[in-house]
Design a protein around this ligand. Structure first.
Ligand code: NAI
Ligand code: MG
Length: 357
């Protein structure tokens, strides 16, 4: 039978991006070769800070059109010591997320077997899904600077919340909660101090909850939520919140579950008009770049989410259980207290895959 073929745009990017994506490609190749049910047709795109230094931009002018010819995008990291972070982030990552309306950011958080969570006495392993609004809020890019360089210089950073934007992320969050055994959703805001946009969030959450009577909804303020994540992690299942607030909570969540190095992130267009975009949560990690010690699990876990989005569930399940086996077998990178290198982990996962298929 003909193989199902998926066209993947691959952007390794900066810092440890190429290292973790290199490891991911190895693992995916083994999976493809062992299963023989699908094929990933990669387009390698050298976009990032080196490209910027030679071309004066982070991606070509027709970059978005090029990406749109693919079924999904696999991304490493962007950010460079010699380029201000707001330039690298806006020109590549936020440009893609925004122009393609990838308005959902899904961040699963789980303590994998063999990995020590940061929680002192866990009641049960962490298993959360964080749903982050990915198109507006605090990262809408609205604002400006006046009296530049004067002692009275003034800057504004205006957060934008639309009924459309909040409604669509809220529906996605309720659907996600509904698909999980616990069927509970925590809507995180700061609607005591922020009395406009955050109150709109609360109102829309209450309206939409009426369409999901089997989902238990709770509202929490973001500051109290940090405490609950640390003290009562077993009471949490699905979480939804704004762009900035979930950016912060998801880093905390990753650290609680074991390491930022294992956290994955899916930037999704649920309408499937644009290709969705899969990346580890971490950034370029200058301090460990080039040392071969970066944890590739965040990128590899992101690849399993990509396979799931492409409806290759069997491949995704097999890859995830290979990841779990390797963690259980204690083949861990330094951030998880182990001694394995990036490629040791990839090789162990590949071996596990070829033996189990
Ligand atoms: P970072 O995630 O790059 O690093 C934070 C800390 O976590 C470092 O100590 C690093 O060594 C460690 N770490 C990160 N990933 C790891 C991995 N896979 N294995 C082991 N340890 C890992 O965040 P930071 O330092 O705030 O930012 C560095 C650069 O990356 C900046 O230019 C920033 O703008 C960019 N960045 C890009 C992101 C993206 O492309 N999505 C996300 C976050 C930051
Ligand atoms: Mg972040």
């Amino acid at each position: 039978a003909a193989l199902r073929t998926h066209r993947i745009a691959c952007i390794p990017g900066d810092g440890i991006g190429p290292e973790v994506i290199g490891a991911t490609l190895k693992v995916l190749e083994t999976l493809e070769r062992s299963l023989k049910t699908f094929k990933l047709d990669f387009t390698q795109l050298p976009w990032g800070s080196d490209y910027y230094r030679s071309q004066g931009r982070y991606m070509p002018t027709d970059g978005i059109q090029l990406l749109k010819q693919h079924d999904a995008i696999l991304f490493g990291a962007v950010g460079d010591k010699d380029v201000p972070d707001h330039i690298s982030l806006w020109e590549l990552l936020l440009a893609i997320r925004g122009q393609m309306q990838l308005y959902v950011n899904v961040r699963p958080v789980r303590t994998l077997p063999g990995i020590q969570p940061l929680i002192a006495t866990p009641v049960k392993p962490i298993d959360w899904v964080i749903i982050r609004e990915n198109s507006e809020g605090e990262y809408a890019g609205q604002g400006g600077r006046t009296h530049v360089g004067q002692p009275w210089e003034c800057a504004t950073e205006v957060a934008i919340y639309t009924r459309h934007g909040v409604g669509r992320i809220m529906r996605f969050a309720f659907e996600t909660a509904l698909s999980r055994p616990q069927k509970s959703l925590i809507v995180v805001t700061k609607s005591n101090a922020m009395r406009n946009g955050m109150v709109l969030w609360d109102e829309i959450a209450t309206e939409i909850s009426k369409d999901y009577p089997s989902v238990t909804m709770e509202k929490m303020l973001v500051d109290a939520m940090t405490v609950r994540m640390v003290k009562n992690p077993h009471t949490i299942d699905t979480i939804v919140g704004t762009n900035l607030q979930m950016d912060i909570l998801s880093d905390l969540a990753a650290a609680l579950a074991g390491s930022i190095g294992i956290a994955s992130s899916s930037n999704i267009d649920p309408s499937r008009q644009s290709p969705s975009f899969f990346e580890p949560v971490h950034g370029s990690a200058f301090d460990i770049t080039g040392k071969g010690v970066a944890n590739p699990l965040g990128a590899i876990w992101s690849a399993t989410e990509m396979l799931r989005w492409l409806k290759e569930d069997d491949a995704a399940d097999r890859l995830m259980s290979a990841i779990e086996k390797v963690c259980e077998g204690n083949i861990l990178t330094r951030d998880l207290g182990g001694h394995a290198g990036t490629l040791d982990v990839a090789d162990a996962i590949s071996k596990e895959l070829s033996q189990s298929i």
